[in-house]
Design a protein around this ligand. Structure first.
Ligand SMILES: Cc1cc2nc3c(=O)[nH]c(=O)nc-3n(C[C@H](O)[C@H](O)[C@H](O)COP(=O)(O)OP(=O)(O)OC[C@H]3O[C@@H](n4cnc5c(N)ncnc54)[C@H](O)[C@@H]3O)c2cc1C
Ligand code: SF4
Ligand code: SF4
Length: 485
């Protein structure tokens, strides 16, 4: 009986999946589908039942009956519109059900009918950043120019901060301000951003915001994988032709790949750098391993002073509203315990600087307390101009030399070395004084993560190493001596 139910539910799921590949049921396509679902069963059988149940939940978010209203011509131009009632693969955060399997960063694309394009669009199935750079910015990065090699195509880079920081924002709130201005000036009709769940402040809840209040409510990082693109069906159903999207690198790569299928007149992409992201479970482990008061953390950031800064507020546990900051030096992190908290997608990611956004707002290339702005193209310039009266700016600087520090960090991370806290504190003070600063700090961070991620891929996904690591990342990694296996 149980076998029959398994078989029946697999048929349902298989039918749904083959719908996606309707036009590709060549013998290769059939083989791929069979492998896909076989892998699905081997990985985790229970979500087969889950997905049938889950589909009911997600159905309310998806476009129902709309596809029948699309003309044949429209369906030919936008083949995903043939899919009816698509409710996502239903895996929620169990990414093993998704086409990129354990490498899936849960960007949200596969929770929409745009899954039709997943093979070509997913950052982990088809890494094609340089090609997209050319399409989006009109050129690919020049690998001979150091700032382009590291930070991607750009017209300008500056340090900036809001004259009046937005309370509750991650830094000074430049992202929220730009998104709000885009809406207020009528340049867009909606903004794709991510709020937090009412029950769980760290659980992301992507939305298509149509009011400044909704954008304001989305401020601050949700430091977990977030399916921002899961609202693309809603975007399409809204009929909006001008939208803004806020997102991290893997989300933006998938978005850019399907941009021409969105039927938009104008798209503004406001990106943030992103690294070391975690699942919700991984976040709990990180907070419990690193902070002395994990339950009261409302915000944290890996800062340029080589320390993790946690902001606490005891209101979240019913306290009177006492707020304080806790700092933990990078060198004191329990690396051996934390190694498995990062999502495999993020240990395989080489788009730290969000190469395909029009404008990138981070912090790591700027002096402490400032935000780092990378204007990639004219659309990015247009967005930054919208907040010119709200921000103060200054030129970026660069000092120190990262090379030896990165080289030393490679075996230390590999062996999971953790220093006693007093040595870590002392080292933190010394490195803060003498270590790399400004753009050199940003290069330090990129180098450390690219070398670590390269080793991770080489050890865990050797078959796709060649096609997955972009040329710019290879050039950066080649500067270092990696451990021999
Ligand atoms: C997971 C993550 C890791 C980051 N790592 C770095 C880093 O290593 N170096 C660096 O320079 N900058 C990093 N950033 C960017 C930085 O922390 C700030 O988000 C950025 O500087 C904007 O600050 P703000 O005050 O202007 O943002 P806010 O005005 O507070 O707005 C934050 C915006 O981020 C969006 N957002 C929140 N969480 C997510 C998420 N999980 N996925 C997609 N979008 C989200 C929200 O929609 C919101 O609009 C990271 C961001 C994220 C989300
Ligand atoms: S990363 Fe995005 S596009 Fe790739 S499999 Fe996961 S949800 Fe789909
Ligand atoms: S680190 Fe890379 S893969 Fe992970 S969420 Fe950020 S952009 Fe996506």
């Amino acid at each position: 009986m149980l076998g029959f139910v398994v078989w029946l539910s697999s048929c349902k799921v298989y039918t749904k999946h083959s719908l996606v590949n309707k036009r590709r049921l060549s013998s290769k396509g059939v083989k791929q589908n069979v492998c896909f679902w076989l892998g699905h069963y081997v990985d985790v059988p229970s979500p087969v039942f889950f997905s049938v149940w889950e589909r009911r939940r997600v159905r309310k978010y998806c476009v129902t009956g709309k596809s029948s209203t699309y003309s044949q011509k429209e369906q030919e131009q936008y083949p995903h519109r043939r899919l009816k009632n698509y409710g996502g693969l239903g895996g929620k955060y169990d990414t093993r059900q998704y086409p990129a399997k354990s490498l899936c960063s849960h960007c949200g694309l596969c929770d929409t009918r745009f899954i039709h394009y997943v093979k070509d669009s997913c950052a982990f199935l088809n890494q094609h950043i340089s090609e997209l750079e050319y399409t989006v910015h009109g050129k690919s990065r020049d690998l001979e120019v150091e700032n382009e090699l590291y930070f991607g195509v750009h017209l300008n880079m500056i340090a900036a901060r809001r004259k009046q920081p937005l309370p509750g924002a991650q830094w000074s709130g430049i992202v929220t301000s730009i998104a709000t201005r885009l809406l207020e000036t009528g340049k867009v009709q909606g903004i794709v951003c991510v709020r937090n769940d009412e029950q769980d402040r760290f659980q992301p809840k992507p939305v298509l915001a149509t009011t400044p209040e909704e954008i304001y409510a989305s401020r601050v990082n949700k430091p977990t994988l977030s399916p921002n693109l899961s609202v693309l069906d809603t975007v399409e159903a809204s009929g909006f032709t001008r939208i803004g999207v806020i997102g991290v690198g893997c989300q933006v790569e998938a978005l850019r790949s399907v941009q021409s299928k969105l039927g938009l007149e104008k798209l503004y992409v406001l990106g943030t750098p992103c690294v070391d992201n975690v699942t919700r479970k991984g976040l709990d482990k990180f907070l419990r391993t690193t902070s002395t008061s994990p339950d009261t953390v409302v915000h944290y950031e890996f800062m340029q002073d080589f320390r993790v800064h946690f902001k606490h507020d005891d209101k979240v546990v019913g306290g009177p509203g006492k707020q304080w900051t806790e700092t933990v030096p990078f060198f004191g992190l329990k690396t051996n315990e934390l190694k498995d908290i990062f999502a495999p997608s993020c240990l395989s990611c080489f788009d730290y600087v969000n190469s395909l956004a029009d404008l990138v707002v981070g912090y790591m290339g700027a002096p402490f307390g400032w935000q780092w702005i990378v204007v990639r193209n004219e659309i990015g310039m247009e967005m930054l101009d919208l907040v010119s009266s709200q921000i103060e700016t200054m030129p970026l600087s660069s000092s120190g030399n990262r090379l030896q520090a990165v080289q030393n960090s490679i075996p230390a991370y590999d062996k999971g070395m953790t220093l006693p806290m007093w040595i870590a504190q002392l080292l933190g003070v010394v490195i803060d004084k003498l270590g790399p600063k400004g753009l050199e700090y940003a290069r330090f961070s990129i180098d450390s993560h690219f070398t670590r991620n390269y080793l991770y891929m080489k050890r865990n996904f050797p078959n796709i190493l060649q096609r997955h690591v972009p040329e710019y990342a290879r050039r950066i990694i080649e500067q270092y001596k990696l451990p021999k296996e």
